[in-house]
Write a protein that binds this ligand. Structure first.
Ligand code: FAD
Length: 323
């Protein structure tokens, strides 16, 4: 039977603690009184001591530093460290970010510990002493509350930009822990980061964005929307499948793994369903116009104006207006 308490697997990139790590601390703090036990943050890095200041926040009792061969994320190293720390500290909950890094190890850690597991968690609660996690389902059309009856330990991957970050500084004890990585380090080798090629598209600075999604159906249709955006004086954005298909380069992508439309005043979403990862990059925009033939598309939940119709019909009208 595990002790109560939370172990947070810190996420960092290029020498900086990522926001998701602080958000996980906020999430753990919100249930700490009811869950009980200590809150421990684990930092795996070549020089973990340099990261401790950023996670010494309200509610953190202990920061555990684990020295690794490199500064970069390695799923096998993180998995091994999380497993060993889980066995050593016996927390009730292990939190990872629902990020590329977190998802690279969270499910494996859960499987190896025989733990309960939920990904993309957007809410946490404790009911009658039992942990309850909320996550989206069916393309985020509904929220599910997941409980973990019979599990001594639960691994959760938390959604980013969802939980508040504590503002007060903490008074955590810092402990170094040695983990033997000899069995895993030969599995893969980090060669370096590849910087994205320079681009004149800056989604973060654009005030007006016209974005297209999979609804435009084929690559041949793309120039039509690109020209329309240009004629309207809008920056041309897109959802991730358009980039994954190689139709547009990465700087055009709006969303969690793309860019956030931080300066945008007007966002037009054409043929975009409104998956949570896309909304991450644009749902804050003051005026959002969504065009989608599906009245149930989640994009309409954040749209200021919605046109539930065939996007090609509406595009024809816009082309006539902006010719
Ligand atoms: C870790 C992770 C990170 C991710 N990061 C991002 C990200 O940064 N950005 C991002 O966008 N996604 C991201 N995704 C992917 C995301 O989950 C969705 O798969 C993606 O946003 C869907 O893109 P879409 O809306 O273009 O496509 P779909 O979901 O396929 O939606 C297409 C829409 O077009 C509509 N449509 C079709 N034909 C017509 C028509 N003729 N007229 C009008 N409407 C029409 C449909 O009704 C549908 O709603 C990420 C996923 C993961 C797991």
């Amino acid at each position: 039977m595990n002790m109560p308490g939370t172990l947070i697997i810190g996420d960092h990139l290029n020498g900086s603690v990522r926001d998701i790590t602080k958000e996980m601390i906020g999430a753990a703090l919100s249930i700490k009184d009811r869950l009980g036990g200590p809150m421990i943050v684990a930092l795996m890095s070549e020089n973990p001591g340099a990261l401790t200041g950023a996670v010494n926040l309200q509610g953190v009792d202990q920061i555990v530093t684990v020295k690794t061969a490199g500064d970069h994320f390695d799923p096998h190293v993180y998995e091994e460290a999380a497993l060993k720390l889980g066995e050593r500290f016996q927390p009730k909950v292990i939190l990872c970010g629902h990020t590329v890094n977190g998802m690279g190890c969270a499910a494996a850690v859960a499987a190896r510990l025989g733990a309960g597991f939920a990904s993309d968690v957007l809410g946490l609660d404790v009911e009658n002493g039992e942990l309850v996690a909320t996550r989206g389902a069916y393309g985020n059309k509904v929220n599910l509350e997941v409980s973990f009856t019979g599990r001594d330990i639960v691994v959760l991957a938390l959604r980013g930009a969802t939980f508040p970050v504590p503002t007060a500084v903490g008074n955590a004890q810092i402990t170094g822990v040695d983990v033997d990585f000899s069995a895993v380090t030969a599995n893969m080798q980090h060669k370096g980061y590849v910087e994205a090629p320079p681009s004149n598209i800056d989604i973060a600075k654009a005030e007006y964005i016209l974005s297209v999604g999979r609804g435009i159906q084929e690559k041949n249709n793309l120039p039509r929307f690109e020209q329309l955006a240009e004629r309207m004086g809008f920056t041309f954005g897109c959802s991730r499948p358009i980039v994954d298909a190689g139709w547009l380069p990465k700087p055009h992508q709006v969303g969690q793994s793309g860019r956030v439309a931080s300066s945008c005043k007007l966002y037009i979403a054409i043929g975009i369903s409104g998956a949570v990862q896309h909304l991450f990059g644009m749902k804050h925009v003051d005026t959002i116009i969504a065009v989608n033939s599906d009245p149930e598309a989640p994009i309409f939940n954040v749209a200021t104006y919605g046109a539930c119709m065939d996007l090609f019909e509406l595009t024809k009208e816009l082309e006539a207006q902006f010719n």
